[in-house]
Ligand binder design. Structure first.
Ligand code: AMP
Ligand code: GLY
Length: 418
């Protein structure tokens, strides 16, 4: 199978890592890719947000399967264009990707499908915001309706901070909405489900660490670390999510004539009152993908192709390693605000040489002297694999210790005390 993978983050490096090692893959092109994917596949420059450019590239490389990593190309309609060209694509069309692109739309679909989620008010004016904040009380949950790379949500006890964020969201454009939600207590998990528009196949669950600082302090980020499996998860959790969340959502989208083909990311809170959806994404999560795929033993290419071609019901059961995986994200100075780029990265090879450690690239580049430098917010994902979470965590942090990056930020408590 000839595969074209779109994206350039550590999630795409993880996908490329699995696809490149997969006997079902005969060739792998990553567009635009990063220095890490360039070592295991052919990187080709492309404007990933241009539906025509991606469809042209898919034809040019005679792709049997196109896999779209990030949300922005999905929302921009890249999958629509590739599908229209008659090429199998793993990733939903733009209308189905609105499940991630608009939190208000996601709420509407969940209400129609009776999927358990936080109660919410979609507000257009500050008067509506004030009423909603009063109705729910603290802690306040304020969400930008649109895409914000994991940074559009503020959860705070501070009413002024809640109002400030809401004001920024509604003033962004005349049609902007802000979603005010009830606060959900309890641990969060991420469950990825492959969907072919009808059948759903869950992957292994993972947990993500969203806040920048140790002890879940500081601003929300795209994700600073993750681990899988979840030894503490209640028995039957995955089945419950499939039955109560993923299948009803996939059926509702099919009923509307906008089938969801790709990865339905279910972000869930296990609250004192039961399971609730925190968010949906229309793509693999980052950094959870780095730990989920580290444990997948079955052919990823075959599974993604089955989803893209409506044949998930014929896919043999996925096999998972009993090992655990932990990933720690190294972010650039200033992330998630204004980041400083160009700092040199040393020691990635030394980290890779350790047992059970691999290093995935995100915001990296090669400078004029051929040195690896930081070129983005999240720079590297260091993955450790071991017999249990503690072993995997030790491996990941041993890898992190080998890497030097001026001003690097990383959490020291990823998967601690699990
Ligand atoms: P989202 O982009 O909707 O996933 O929100 C980002 C993060 O904000 C989530 O992973 C949670 O940690 C937090 N969050 C979002 N919604 C809620 C909520 N209703 N209650 C508590 N925390 C939330
Ligand atoms: N790690 C959270 C996300 O991918 O949205």
């Amino acid at each position: 199978m000839k595969i074209l993978l779109i994206g350039s983050g550590a999630r795409e490096h993880a996908l490329a890592h699995s696809l490149a090692a997969d006997p079902a893959t005969t060739s792998l092109v990553v567009a635009p890719g990063n220095p890490g994917t360039g070592r295991i596949a052919r990187n080709v420059a492309v404007d990933a947000l241009s539906p025509d450019a991606v469809a042209d590239l898919a034809r040019e490389v005679a792709a049997d399967l196109v896999v779209i990593g990030p949300e922005a190309p999905l929302v921009a309609g890249v999958a629509d264009a590739v599908r229209a060209a008659g090429i199998a694509v793993f990733g939903p069309n733009g209308d189905a990707a609105t499940l991630e692109g608009s939190k208000a739309f996601a709420k509407e679909v969940m209400a129609a499908a009776a999927v358990p989620t936080a109660m919410a008010h979609v507000c257009q004016t500050m008067d509506e915001v004030t009423d909603a904040l009063d109705a729910f009380g603290p802690p306040y949950v304020v969400k930008d309706d649109g895409l914000a790379a994991g940074k559009g949500v503020v959860v705070t006890e501070d009413r002024t901070a809640a109002l400030d964020h809401a004001r920024a969201c509604v003033s962004r454009s005349r049609r902007s909405s802000v979603v005010i939600e009830e606060f959900l207590d309890g641990p969060e998990i991420s469950l990825f489900c492959l969907s072919d528009g009808q059948t759903v196949v869950p992957l292994a669950p993972a947990q993500d660490f969203k806040r920048l600082g140790d002890g879940d302090t500081g601003p929300n980020t795209g994700g600073m670390g993750a681990y899988s499996p979840l030894p503490w998860a209640p028995e039957g959790l995955v089945d419950e999510v499939v039955e109560r969340v993923a299948l009803p959502t996939v059926r509702e989208l099919a009923r509307r004539g906008t089938p969801f083909v790709g990865l339905l990311y279910c972000g869930l809170a296990l609250t004192s009152r039961g399971l609730r959806v925190v968010e949906f994404n229309a793509r693999f999560g980052d950094p959870e993908t780095q730990v989920v795929l580290a444990r997948l033993e079955s052919s990823l290419a075959t599974a993604l192709h089955a989803a893209a071609t409506g044949s998930l019901d014929q896919l043999p059961d996925l096999r998972w390693s009993a090992d655990a995986a932990v990933t720690v994200v190294l972010a650039a100075h200033g992330y998630p605000g204004q980041v400083r780029n160009g700092d040199r990265i040393d020691g990635a090879e030394a980290a890779e040489a350790l047992d059970g450690v691999h290093v995935l690239h995100a915001g990296t580049a090669t400078n004029a002297e051929g040195a690896l430098v930081a070129a983005g917010g999240r720079v590297l994902s260091v993955v450790g694999v071991g017999a249990d979470i503690a072993d995997a965590r030790n491996a990941a942090y041993a890898g992190v210790e080998k890497i030097q990056l001026d001003g690097a930020q990383f959490r020291t408590d990823i998967a601690a005390n699990i």
